[in-house]
Design a protein around this ligand. Structure first.
Ligand SMILES: NCc1[nH]cc(CCC(=O)O)c1CC(=O)O
Length: 320
């Protein structure tokens, strides 16, 4: 057993909650193990106004934690899986995925009970392209505006009256003890979640067998299988953060059901499809669904976005 297991984490309240949760579970699983947090501010936390894709995109929140792993300043990094890019740096892997919290998006509003109650022209805050296109498809009369920052920052702006409603992840609100702010969870049919939403992952060095032996007990097989399908889908689509992409898998016994969405950043078209098959073939199902979406028009969307070099957005409003 190492003298102390060091966890690299961002400093946002949600990131700290997740790291403390992993620390507590590791201490419970291995009595006598010392666990400590190594906190760091990532580039994604520092730069709150620039279009994130231009300065490094989706990986901004994880890169500095990964550098700490590679430099030996930390043994594991704890991530919200929806912020983790498909490609990991050489020498690192993600062997552990914890059991998923509520994966749905949440409708949050001080005044309105749900999406249907919003009057025409109501202002809804979200910086996630994925949330924006699904919102626009359902309610083209709403005004969707950018809302970034930590969960607390976003709620404060909502409460200050900058918006009539906001869409946030149920998981983040629940973990921070803010479940009371969820007016209504959006069904996955109303708002298909981001790939990995609600799941926490543990990244570590491939050559560190001692650490792997300690953290493996936290892996949740069914969530891991669902994430394998979602991330395989994402790897084939390779959309980065300038294209609205959603993906969500559930297990029904030994059968995996994966839904996916690819939208044009301008709002149209929005392509959706789903696939069902043996859980043992999770990754192949993810790749197959991605190929079907590409053939159905996603390829044209991805190519158009890359050609245009549109200013980017964080994967989901970012900054957790
Ligand atoms: N974009 C940042 C982020 N990363 C993970 C979560 C929520 C928790 C999760 O999905 O595990 C959030 C906040 C949000 O989207 O409202």
């Amino acid at each position: 057993m190492p003298a102390t297991l060091r966890i690299a984490t961002r400093k946002s309240p949600l990131a700290l909650w997740q790291a403390e949760h992993v620390a507590a579970r590791l201490r419970a699983a291995h009595p006598g193990l010392a666990v400590e947090l190594v906190t760091m501010t990532t580039q994604g936390d520092r730069i709150l106004d620039a279009p994130l894709a231009r300065i490094g995109g989706k990986g901004l929140f994880v890169k500095e934690l990964e550098r700490a792993l590679l430099d030996g300043r930390a043994d594991i990094a704890v991530h919200s899986m929806k912020d983790v890019p498909v490609e990991l740096p050489e020498g690192l892997h993600l062997p552990v995925i914890l059991e998923r919290e509520d994966p749905r998006d949440a409708f949050v509003s001080p005044r309105y009970a749900d999406l249907a109650s919003l009057p025409p022209g109501a202002r809804v805050g979200t910086s996630s392209l994925r949330r924006q296109v699904q919102l626009r498809a359902r309610r083209p009369d709403l005004v969707v505006e950018s809302l970034r920052g930590n969960v607390g920052t976003r709620l404060a702006r909502l409460d200050a009256g900058d918006f009539d409603a906001a869409i946030l992840a149920c998981a983040g609100l629940r973990r921070l003890g803010l479940a009371g702010r969820i007016r209504r969870p959006l069904t996955v049919e109303e708002s298909l979640p981001a790939i990995g939403q609600g799941a926490i992952g543990i990244e570590c060095r491939r050559d560190d067998a001692a650490t792997l032996a300690l953290v493996s007990v936290l892996d949740h097989g069914p969530t891991h299988t669902c994430l394998a399908a979602e991330r395989a889908l994402n790897a084939v689509l390779g959309g980065g953060c300038q294209v609205p992409i959603g993906g969500h898998a559930v297990l029904e016994g030994e059968t995996l059901h994966l839904r996916a969405l690819v939208g044009h950043p301008d709002g149209e078209p929005v392509l959706q499809d789903a696939i069902r098959g043996p859980a043992a073939q999770a990754e192949a199902l993810g790749r197959a669904l991605a190929e079907r979406l590409l053939a159905a028009g996603a390829r044209e969307i991805l190519e158009a976005v890359h050609r245009a070099g549109l200013p980017g957005h964080p994967p989901d409003g970012a900054a957790g």
